[in-house]
Write a protein that binds this ligand. Structure first.
Ligand code: TRP
Length: 334
């Protein structure tokens, strides 16, 4: 809770090109939640450097992601949209929380194990303590709810454990955050392999629809989506490719699978795939247009970046000062 309002925090990394899966699974939910909470949506660039990055590329992607947040419908007057690296409290609290987190806990994190295996030549300490920085992100804002995907649940559990441990030692300092798991159907799978999540790091570009794909590309990718030979548009596990396309169609047009089955009863996959492509275009085209407009408006974006970093700093400092006092750091002389 901050200012008597429930607080929501979430963040995304500026690595890779965002996909339709990121939009339908995360961003779209963020927009729908933004009226009910005091919201903080961060571009978590400090997390990104746990994997080696090209500096110019990272800077560019971070700005693109922040612009996309706004293009997707998050009003930066109402939602605090900012770069993690602009708010020093994240690093400061992360250091403190490192001292309240056990090696054994971090050793159990499956994402660390996966990433360490994938980047065996660069298993740095930051990759290991990544979840502690994430805990700092969340706890700095006295966050009540955190919209996250299933893959981040373990990190959120750890965040709760750290917060409870800290509160047990020092009194009620942190709000204990809860996960907010989006509505079902929002998990979008690869168009080329519906057993895999649609991913920004997929080597096969036909598996993912990128937010910046032009309409022709989107339609082409949908037409080429891997399906089956049942030749009926049915929402069932035995037809994972079709099921995924129905999920996409539903998420884009706010329909239910039942409605879609009825709509395409007796129709072939060609018709259906085209309709899915058109539904995706109807969602992404306006977003792309807004993105293009925003990108032209450098002064406006810079102002948003500056003001929201100040706002985030103000709130995060409230928590940070409290924590520093509790653990015995000397008081600041003003
Ligand atoms: N680790 C998250 C991811 O890769 C991103 C993230 C960083 C995050 N800090 C966060 C998500 C705090 C939610 C809350 O998806």
């Amino acid at each position: 809770m901050l200012d008597g309002k429930k607080t929501l925090f979430s963040g995304m990394q500026a690595t890779g090109n965002l996909t339709l899966g990121n939009y339908l699974g995360a961003l779209k939910n963020w927009v729908s939640l933004s009226d009910d909470y005091l919201t903080f949506y961060s571009v978590v660039d400090m997390h990104s450097i746990t994997i080696r990055q090209d500096p110019a590329e990272l800077r560019k992607r971070a700005r693109t992601l922040l612009t996309l947040y706004i293009a997707a419908g998050l009003d930066p007057e109402k939602n605090c949209i900012y770069y993690q690296s602009h708010v020093s409290g994240h690093a400061e609290l992360a250091w403190i929380l490192n001292c309240f987190t056990y090696m054994g806990e971090l050793n159990r994190m499956t994402q660390f194990k996966d990433k360490a295996a994938k980047h065996a030549d660069n298993i740095n300490a930051g990759l290991f303590t990544y979840p502690v920085l994430m805990a700092a992100d969340i706890l700095l804002y006295q966050t009540d709810v955190v919209p996250v995907g299933i893959d981040q649940m373990q990190h959120l559990e750890l965040t709760r454990d750290i917060a409870i441990r800290f509160n047990n030692l020092y009194g009620d300092v942190f709000t204990i955050p809860e996960a907010y798991i989006g509505k079902s159907g929002a998990k979008i799978m690869s168009l080329q392999d519906p057993s895999k999540k649609m991913s920004k790091s997929d080597e096969n570009p036909n598996g993912s629809i990128y937010l910046m794909d032009d309409p022709d590309t989107i339609i082409r990718k949908c037409k080429r989506a891997v399906t089956d030979s049942e030749a009926c548009v049915r929402y069932r596990d035995e037809q994972p490719g079709i099921k995924n396309l129905i999920d996409i169609y539903c998420a884009c047009l706010n329909k239910t699978p039942d409605e879609v089955e009825r709509e395409f009863d007796g129709k072939g996959y060609g018709d259906f795939k085209l309709a899915v492509g058109e539904a995706v275009v109807s969602v992404l085209k306006p977003l792309q247009d807004r993105f293009a407009d925003l990108s032209k408006n450098k002064d406006y974006l810079d102002k948003v970046i500056k003001e929201n970093a100040e706002k985030a700093s103000w709130y995060s400092n409230k928590t940070l000062r409290k924590v520093q006092k509790k653990i015995g750091f000397p008081e600041r002389i003003r």
